[in-house]
Design a protein around this ligand. Structure first.
Ligand SMILES: [Zn+2]
Ligand SMILES: [Zn+2]
Ligand SMILES: [Zn+2]
Length: 87
C-alpha cells in the first residue's frame, strides 16, 4: 500500500480542460451526468462514477492517465486510479 501518489510527474499543468462545465460524451449521447472529473494529464473532462456513463473512469481505462481532479466549483480534491488514493 503506497501512501503517496507516484504519478505526479504525469500531471500536465498546461493541459486545458475540454469543457468548463459539461461532459461532452454525455452531450453527444443526449444523456445526463451528476458530477464532473478532470484528467490532469490531458484535460479531458468526464462524468463521475456516480453518473450513469462514468466517462472519467472510461477515459482512464482507455488512456491509463492516472490522476483526476474534481471539476466541480469549490472542489479541488484529486484521485489516483493506480493507488486509489484521494488527497
Ligand atoms: Zn498515483
Ligand atoms: Zn459522461
Ligand atoms: Zn487524460
Amino acid at each position: 500500500m503506497a501512501d503517496a501518489c507516484q504519478h505526479l510527474d504525469q500531471i500536465d499543468a498546461s493541459a486545458t480542460p475540454t469543457s468548463p462545465d459539461q461532459c461532452l460524451k454525455c452531450i453527444d449521447m443526449g444523456d445526463v451526468w451528476v458530477n464532473l472529473r478532470l484528467c490532469l494529464s490531458c484535460g479531458n473532462v468526464g462524468c463521475c462514477d456516480g453518473s450513469k456513463n462514468k466517462h472519467a473512469t472510461a477515459h482512464n481505462g482507455e488512456t491509463q492517465h492516472p490522476i483526476i481532479q474534481s471539476h466541480m466549483p469549490g472542489e479541488t480534491w484529486r484521485f489516483c486510479y493506480v493507488e486509489e488514493l484521494t488527497w
